[in-house]
Structures are given as C-alpha cells and as structure tokens.
Write a protein that binds this ligand. Structure first.
Ligand SMILES: *Cc1c(COP(=O)(O)O)cnc(C)c1O
Length: 371
C-alpha cells in the first residue's frame, strides 16, 4: 500500500496462494480423482516459469498446455512431469514431441491417424490423449468421428491411449442442462475405453460434484484465484495484486479538464494523484471514469480517461499529506479482486489475468517475502 520502490507498476503474485489453491482443489476432488494443472498462456499471464515449479512442489505431476512451444518450455522447467498439449502435435513435430515426452491431445481422426502412423514407424507406443467434443463445437472428435473410432479400435493400434478427455461449455453455470448432457455423453464414450484414465472437469466442474470428476481434473483459472463458482463466495485464495505508484500529486487552483478528450472537469480545491500505469499494464481502459484505486480500504475514483501509462485519481477526500509521490495505491487487491474488476469491465477474470503483467514489475512472494 505504501511501500516505496522504483517501478511505476507492481504486479504481486502470491505463490503460496497458488499452491494453496491447488491443495484446495485436490481436497475437493476427494480420493477418487487426481488433480492436474493447466498452465497455458504463460500460466494465465502470471509467469509459467515461476508458477509451474510451485505447482509441482505442491504435488502436481500432470500439466496441460495449449501450444507446442509452451510444452517445450515447460519440459525444460519440469523434466519429470507429464505434459499434455491441447493443440495436438503439428505435422512434422512428432519426433520433437517424442524426444521431449510431450503428449499430444489428438483432436480428430486425422490427428489420430498421424500419431498412430508415427508410432508404427518408430515402433514405439508413444502416449497421447484423445479429446472428444461432447458439445462445444470447438476442438475434439465430432460425434461421427467418435462413432467411427469406437467401431474401429484398430485406429489406435500402435499408440498408447493414455487419456480420454472432453470439455464442458457451461460448467460455471451449475444448473445448466448442458452439463448433465455432456457428462452423460462423455460417460458413454468412457465405457468404450475401459482402463483408460478420463478427464472432464475444468475449475468450475470441480465444484459440480463427483460425477464430473472422472479420473483427473484439469483446473486452470481457479489456481490463479478466479472464482470457479460465480454467484457464490469465492473458495479460492486471491493470487494477484496490482499497484500503481503515485508519480505526481496536483492541487487544483482553478477549473481544469482531466486527461485525453477532456471528458471530466475538476474545480478549485480538488486534489489529484497520477499513477504510473495504464491500459498497457492490463488495467481495462473501459474503466475510465468508473474504476477506482484504493488506499487501504479508502476508495479513490479514477477521473477522466485511462491512458496507456497513466491513470488520474481523485484523492480530494484524503487529508493533505495522506498521499504523496512514491506511494503505491491498489488497483487490484483486497478491496477489488479480479472477478469484481472483470464484472465492472464487462469481461471475465480470465481476460483480466491474461492481460496483466506485460510491463509491470513482477514481485513473486512466498512466506510473505519477495522471492
Ligand atoms: C483452458 C482449459 C482448461 C482449464 O479451464 P479453467 O476454466 O481455466 O479451469 C481445461 N481444459 C481445456 C480443454 C482448456 O482449454
């Protein structure tokens, strides 16, 4: 809140909270199901390099990532982990996947054909996952392809089918009819693959009950503090805090407009503070004139347009001397978490997270200290 430092913006990432969230999710799953971690998009923008080893230390041995490049970086970080790549294996990268023990998530019969041929050619049953689309029309085998595969298991002759999976479209809406429909469809598919571990649940589905847990859950967002149960209290610990440094404090001695577009005016007697971060740091520009910074629990409204690198705050309500250059105010913190900020900005916590931290200094903390 009032730490001094040099960086105009500081993104604090609580590694203990991430480890704690992993344990919370694992406990929620009970004994029957394991918990993996999704660390795609640089661990939802928080820095895979720091986050993934913390998750492994907390007991996670299976990781999911979106892209092959991310998979290769993760392999360097975690030599012993099981790594699945959602995009599958781009043609020509089969040897690279095998060498780096990356497991492709095969999303079509064509993907399966290519991986199985590769396994045949190298005469080794390299493991892969198969993704069945049960209602998202996004990635995975279509219903028709699923029927073909179940009718001709010879298509999987040379590879090891290490995992089957599907993904829910509406897991964050607990009573949505689509959830039971997708679960039932997946359970029917799973019966055709006895003995093969199955995975269905993202963060929200962990909270839909044991029917959804299958053998291994795949949470991402909840690890990083996003509420997996929207509308109910957040069972996860907050992970991020975003602070901006006050660069200037300005006493207003005559009516003036503030910021680009001159959208707001302030009168004589007002006190403004300018923070050294803006939309380039991931704070949504749409919160111009509506968002707020906080000094402890004191709400300080954003005044005028949010700029790329600067945000102007109305601090007229504070006592003179309560704010001065060099102090830090919270933009995301104990008073406003990512979900509330996302709601105000008309988006979801996922998008807020993945937009943060392109430029702000990253302070990783553990045991209350920067590490
Ligand atoms: C991103 C993703 C997840 C993780 O979802 P969260 O909602 O962040 O828990 C799981 N499975 C698939 C296929 C994904 O793309």
């Amino acid at each position: 809140m009032t730490e001094t430092g040099t960086a105009p913006g500081i993104l604090t990432i609580d590694l203990d909270a991430i480890a704690g969230n992993f344990r919370t999710l694992r406990a929620k799953l009970g004994r029957g199901a394991a918990c993996s971690a999704v660390v795609k998009a640089d661990a939802y923008g928080l820095g895979m390099e720091r986050v993934a080893p913390v998750l492994e230390k907390a007991g996670c041995d299976t990781f999911f990532i979106a892209l092959s490049e991310e998979g290769l970086s993760l392999r360097v970080l975690l030599p012993g982990a099981l790594i699945y790549v959602f995009e599958g294996c781009p043609a020509g990268l089969e040897e690279t996947y095998a060498k780096n023990r990356l497991r492709p998530v095969l999303n079509s019969l064509e993907d399966i054909g290519r991986w199985d041929d590769f396994c045949s050619k190298v005469d080794h049953p390299h493991p892969a996952a198969i993704h069945f689309d049960t209602g998202m029309a996004r990635l995975g085998l279509t219903e028709k392809e699923t029927k073909t595969l179940i009718g001709d298991r010879g298509l999987l002759r040379h590879m090891e089918t290490a995992l089957i999976m599907s993904h829910l479209a509406c897991a964050d809406i607990a009573d949505h009819a689509k959830n039971t429909a997708q679960r039932d469809a997946f359970q029917t598919i799973a019966r055709a693959f006895p003995g093969v571990p199955a995975s269905l649940a993202n963060s929200s589905a962990v909270f839909l009950g044991p029917d959804y847990h299958a053998d291994i859950a795949r949470p991402g967002a909840a690890l990083y503090g996003v509420n997996p149960t929207p509308g109910a209290p957040n069972p996860m610990a907050q992970v991020v805090r975003l602070q901006g440094k006050i660069l200037q404090v300005r006493e207003i001695d005559r009516t003036l407009s503030v910021g680009y577009g001159a959208t707001r005016h302030v009168d004589r007697g007002a006190l403004l503070a300018t923070l050294g971060l803006g939309y380039a740091d991931g704070y949504p520009r749409v919160l111009s004139d509506t968002g707020a910074a906080y000094l402890g629990d004191i709400r300080l409204p954003i005044l005028g347009r949010i700029s790329m690198d600067l945000i102007t705050i109305d601090v007229s309500g504070l006592e003179p001397g309560q704010v001065r250059p060099g102090m830090y105010l919270d933009l995301i913190g104990p008073e406003v978490g990512i979900d509330r900020l996302a709601r105000q900005a008309g988006t979801i916590g996922y998008e807020i997270l993945t937009s943060l931290g392109r430029r702000a200094r990253h302070d990783y903390i553990s045991g209350g200290a920067v590490c």
